[in-house]
Design a protein around this ligand. Structure first.
Ligand SMILES: Cc1cc2nc3c(=O)[nH]c(=O)nc-3n(C[C@H](O)[C@H](O)[C@H](O)COP(=O)(O)OP(=O)(O)OC[C@H]3O[C@@H](n4cnc5c(N)ncnc54)[C@H](O)[C@@H]3O)c2cc1C
Length: 421
């Protein structure tokens, strides 16, 4: 299988000058872009075809510092902000959607416990507890290249934020006994730690979302297993099989946030859920880039046949460019204003940005195939993979495209607590 693997000349998606990025921010994003073109692109087709996890990409990220991109500098990481991470992830998404999406699960376990947690209201005791506990997680990543994942989904209403998680943690001496099932557990079988969300519940206590625990379950712990097959439409390299946990003892030291703090994060830092979108921003750019190269007769792996002289192709590219620019502008604004306790306008914009990126990435890929024609959707070229991968974005909870529309409509028309007679 052949794939486009010469992306050396790709310009950054967000040019540093135009988008007023700082030097350090631009350099980090540049590092991700070069890594994506050099390392991810040549391997993407094989992992997509075989539905295998690109573990070697993660091994290669370690010496580049990319596994630790959001780990605070004082803990040995690169200390990237939310926005810097998002822009870097978009660059990786251009070259391998499955790696970028899996990387997102890993990085968020450090971003949410790092810069995002620093922004949350915590009591002095909670802050001390958190700051004492998190360095151990960071050390594993910085020193050993450990990989974390984020299996939250259970197939019920919990991942959408509408119910308590069915996976439960029963408090016992020194930790918890965890039991439950997670579906779509990206990095299953590859991660060293599964950063799960579960409900802390003592005997006889009612399940409550307020008691959500964010806990790192060691992959090798007794009672952990990965089951089922994985043969999906797209994002095949994420290997998102089903994770089962049966009376798994997890030490208290594996808490990724103190008791009750995850619930606070989910309610006061909503942009944390926009972190699934950067991968798809990158796929949107990739669909456009491919189309321009292909119609110019310059796409690697294709004969040098130019198709750009036809007015229909020019109009198609123009329409794609309009859609891409709209997507970039809205998304850049949304990731730039992520913060604790955002205004209502900022939250509505975040929903709009998520919806736009997820839907437009696939719309751009569909248009790319239609405009480039039959030869462009052969599996020897990356476009059909981009098309399939980009189809998955709108399905990702908690902010699926449908849920974004649902919330946008309701929250635009109703103030909190307002009811109709
Ligand atoms: C490639 C890929 C990788 C993934 N990786 C992970 C991962 O690493 N970790 C993880 O936790 N999950 C992951 N997911 C799972 C994903 O976030 C969803 O949980 C999963 O796709 C839900 O599938 P479902 O059919 O059970 O959805 P359902 O819960 O049945 O929902 C179906 C649709 O109904 C709508 N809906 C659901 N609930 C509501 C509601 N309360 N209000 C309004 N509308 C609603 C939504 O639009 C949703 O798309 C991944 C998914 C994909 C496709």
């Amino acid at each position: 299988m052949n794939a486009i693997d010469t992306h050396k000349s790709d310009a950054p998606i967000f040019a540093a000058d135009a988008f007023r990025l700082g030097d350090e921010e631009a350099a980090l994003i540049d590092r991700a872009r070069r890594f994506g073109a050099r390392v991810l692109a040549p391997r993407a087709a094989k992992h997509d075809r075989d539905a295998t996890f690109p573990i070697e990409n993660f091994r290669d990220m370690h010496p580049e510092g990319l596994l630790a991109i959001c780990i605070p500098k004082e803990n040995g990481g690169l200390g990237a902000s939310y926005r810097t991470y998002a822009l870097a992830a978009a660059e990786l998404g251009r070259y391998c959607g499955a790696t970028a999406l899996s990387w997102n699960m890993h990085v968020c376990s450090t971003l949410w416990t790092g810069a995002l947690a620093d922004d949350l209201e915590m009591s002095a005791a909670e802050r001390t507890e958190h700051n004492t506990r998190r360095p151990a997680h960071y050390r594993r990543i910085v020193e050993q290249g450990a990989i974390y994942s984020q299996p939250f989904s259970e197939g019920g209403a919990a991942a959408a934020g509408a119910a308590a998680f069915g996976t439960e943690a029963k408090p016992v001496d020194g930790g918890f006994l965890v039991s439950g099932k997670k579906i779509f557990a990206s990095l299953s079988g590859a991660a060293d730690y599964y950063g799960i969300l579960c409900t802390e519940r003592a005997e006889g206590e009612a399940a409550s979302r307020r008691n959500t625990l964010y806990l790192a379950v060691p992959a090798k712990a007794d009672g952990v297993s990965v089951v089922g097959d994985w043969d999906p439409l797209g994002m095949r390299g994420t290997v998102s099989r089903t994770l089962l946990m049966k009376d798994v003892f997890v030490s208290e030291s594996e808490l990724l946030m103190p008791h009750g703090v995850y619930f606070r994060a989910a309610t006061s830092w909503p942009h944390m859920f926009l972190t699934l979108s950067p991968t798809y921003m990158g796929l949107a750019q990739a669909a456009y880039d491919f189309t321009v190269a292909y119609l110019r007769g310059e796409a690697p792996g294709t004969p040098p046949v130019k198709r750009r002289m036809f007015p229909t192709k020019q109009i198609a590219v123009a329409e794609m460019r309009v859609m891409l620019e709209q997507t970039k502008a809205l998304w850049f604004q949304a990731v730039s204003e992520a913060r604790a306790n955002p205004t209502k306008e900022q939250v509505l914009r975040a929903y709009a940005a998520q919806h736009t990126v997820m839907e437009n990435a696939n719309a751009l890929a569909a248009k790319a195939i239609r405009s480039c024609g039959g030869q462009s959707m052969l599996k020897s070229l990356p476009l059909e993979r981009i098309y399939r991968d980009s189809r998955c974005g709108s399905l990702m909870l908690p902010w699926t495209a449908e849920i974004c529309l649902d919330r946008l409509g309701r929250e635009a028309l109703y103030e909190p607590g307002e009811k109709d007679e």
